[in-house]
Design a protein around this ligand. Structure first.
Ligand code: ZN
Length: 337
């Protein structure tokens, strides 16, 4: 016992316990010999051995507790975490550049007094075609252009269904933009994708209150706010079933500044949206009297304006989700908080 110091290790303590109190320990052996003694001697010796045993047990317990307290003190004094080490960088997620571009465009329209209304991707023939004055034999109604679902349903080919949905449920005056995804049976290429985003916009008020000049004013205001004040625009006469007259709007190519490149097909201009005055047949389809109401509508592709805004020349990059590509855009001021 004398050899067991205050700094005894757990191993040393156990060694002493086995040597004295163990099955064949010194004290255990002595206690077994008590039976051979005379009753008087046995009582005195027994009492003595019991006292020694209790002292040894108390001492061993005391040393064990001391060891545990020592271990606890060390754990508190030397935490396994070193707070002086440099921290690990946290990789923050961010919005996809197409989402950011869409939000920026909607913000501009909202600042001009338009409200945002989202409508459904799965649509019926009436809201996607008939109400928009598509004749029954229009090529868009054929299988090679449209994803038809069962039961007379289809995936909308444009967000113009939103125009019909909003007008048939509300009365003018209206100034609304309808963002959403559209679907056409196109191959994925530099300029086209089978799924793409569109922003449909329209404004309806009394006859004479919303004219083609207002359309030009709104689109010019939007395009300069979105692409910059020196953005050049070009209006060309065009044809769409749901507008009359119809125009196509070209923007000076921001990638090549008019010199010609892959995105603008070497022309220096890029078509970014179609527009026009809402056709009387569309008004009739939603229950508006064309003698009383007048309005314009436009539709633009989200990927198209994103390509130009971000200086990207291949649409497919937006859908590959390569973090090295997507990570480039916060530097261009596109990060949203
Ligand atoms: Zn170009």
């Amino acid at each position: 016992m004398a050899r067991l110091s205050e700094r005894a290790t757990a191993g040393e303590i156990e060694e002493v316990r086995v040597r004295t109190l163990g099955r064949s320990g010194e004290l255990t052996l002595l206690m077994r010999q008590l039976g051979g003694l005379a009753p008087e001697e046995r009582r005195d010796a027994g009492r003595l051995l019991n006292e020694i045993k209790q002292q040894i047990e108390a001492r061993l317990a005391e040393l064990k507790i001391r060891l545990q307290q020592e271990a606890l003190r060390r754990a508190v004094a030397e935490p396994p975490i070193d707070p002086t080490l440099p921290g690990l960088g946290i990789r923050r997620g961010r919005f996809h550049p197409l989402t950011v571009v869409l939000e920026q465009a909607l913000d501009i329209f909202e600042s001009m007094g338009f409200e945002v209304a989202e409508t459904q991707d799965i649509e019926d023939d009436f809201h996607n075609f008939s109400a928009l004055n598509f004749p029954p034999d229009h090529p868009a109604r054929e299988m090679q252009d449209t994803f038809f679902l069962g039961g007379g349903l289809l995936l909308r080919t444009h967000t113009s269904n939103g125009q019909v949905r909003v007008m048939e449920s509300r009365q003018p005056p209206l100034a609304v933009v309808c963002p959403g995804n559209c679907y056409r049976r196109d191959e994925l290429s530099v300029r086209a994708s089978p799924m793409f985003g569109q922003i449909e916009g329209f404004m309806v008020d009394r006859v004479g209150a919303v004219t083609l000049a207002d359309l030009k004013g709104v689109l010019g205001e939007f395009l300069r706010a979105f692409f910059g004040p020196r953005t050049n625009l070009r209006f060309r006469a065009s044809f769409f079933p749901f507008t009359e007259p119809s125009v196509e709007v070209d923007i000076s190519c921001l990638l090549c500044a008019g010199a010609g490149c892959r995105v603008c097909k070497q022309s220096g201009w890029t078509e970014i949206l179609g527009a026009g005055m809402i056709h009387h047949n569309v008004f009739r389809a939603v229950g508006y009297d064309p003698a009383r109401w007048q309005g314009f509508a436009f539709g633009m592709g989200v990927e198209r304006i994103a390509l130009l805004k971000l200086g990207v020349d291949d649409l497919r990059l937006f859908f590959e989700n390569d973090a090295r590509f997507l990570g480039q855009f916060p530097a261009a001021g596109l990060e949203r908080v």
